[in-house]
Ligand binder design. Structure first.
Ligand code: 13P
Length: 281
């Protein structure tokens, strides 16, 4: 029997508190726009894509545009939208002399609910270390943003059989010291570096194996209930063609999408496919 997917954060919280409701993990689809679209392009995109999305969705749909487009996307979405806003990064201090940085309270005020943290592009291109990832997650939680912690192995690490070790190390680095209550707001995204932007998505079997490793770590470090309640997304060359196969597994609770979230048709199709699976999963 697979785990049902319809969303209830109240039920998720109940699990963390040790209550006995059914465990639910709502499918979460996140579009990571990376450094694409100006503020006006972003608004146009939102106005075109939103009518094509499931409404109201039983899944959660999040768009994470560049910082400079958050305001225009929020305005384009309107007050009654079911599409949520996410950011791609933050800095852990709330204010001060940190030229070029953006803080959690700033993102919160712009309407963000989620923030992507520790993306492999941040780690490899900008030298982000686990210690910084941890501080960013703590700051997000302090300011009531839900962090999506990105982890994943490189091709050489996979080829050397180090995948599980890398995942556990990055989980330890990012999440050490968080309470059960903190963890209730955290999602993990498994994004193998070799699958990002390459067109070579992990197979369902590879993704499920990694997700099981992540869930086992969560169970060992916190509890079996916490592990069952935590959403684990897959990211890396997700497209309308492979998303259904990935989401069929009850281990894969959603997707973090790069390239395919930039086109109206492909993002809308992915969301509709996820909705149809989520509704009957
Ligand atoms: P692609 O979907 O373009 O492979 O990017 C994945 C990703 O990095 C999402 O965060």
């Amino acid at each position: 029997m697979s785990i049902s997917r319809p969303f209830s954060s109240a039920i998720q919280t109940n699990r963390v508190l040790g209550l006995t409701d059914n465990i639910v993990r709502t499918t979460l689809i996140v579009g990571n726009w990376k450094m694409n679209k100006t503020a006006s392009e972003a608004a146009t995109f939102i106005c075109t894509v939103v009518p094509k999305l499931p409404a109201p969705p039983t899944i959660e749909i999040v768009v994470a545009p560049p910082f400079i487009a958050l305001e225009s996307v929020r305005t384009a979405l309107g007050a009654s939208t079911s599409v949520q806003l996410g950011a791609q990064n933050l800095f852990w201090e709330s204010h001060g002399a940190y030229t070029g940085e953006v803080s959690a309270p700033m993102l919160k005020e712009l309407g963000c609910r989620y923030v992507i943290i520790g993306h492999s592009e941040r780690r490899t291109l900008f030298g982000e270390q686990d210690e910084e990832v941890r501080k960013k997650i703590r700051s997000a939680l302090t300011h009531h943003l839900k962090p999506i912690l990105c982890i994943g192995e490189s091709l050489s690490q996979r080829e050397q059989g180090q995948t599980d070790e890398v995942l556990r190390r990055q989980l330890t680095g990012g999440l050490t010291g968080l309470s059960d209550k903190d963890m209730a707001a955290v999602a993990v995204a498994y994004e193998p570096v070799w699958a990002i932007g390459t067109g070579k998505a992990a197979t369902s079997e590879q993704a499920v194996a990694a997700h099981r490793t992540i869930r086992a770590f969560l169970a060992d470090t916190w509890s079996a209930d916490l592990a069952e309640a935590t959403r684990i997304l897959y990211g890396g060359s997700v497209t309308p063609h492979n998303v259904s196969g990935l989401l069929q597994s009850d281990q894969i609770d959603g997707a973090l999408i790069g390239g395919a979230c930039l086109e109206v048709e492909s993002f809308a199709t992915i969301c509709c496919l996820a909705e149809s699976i989520g509704a009957c999963g």
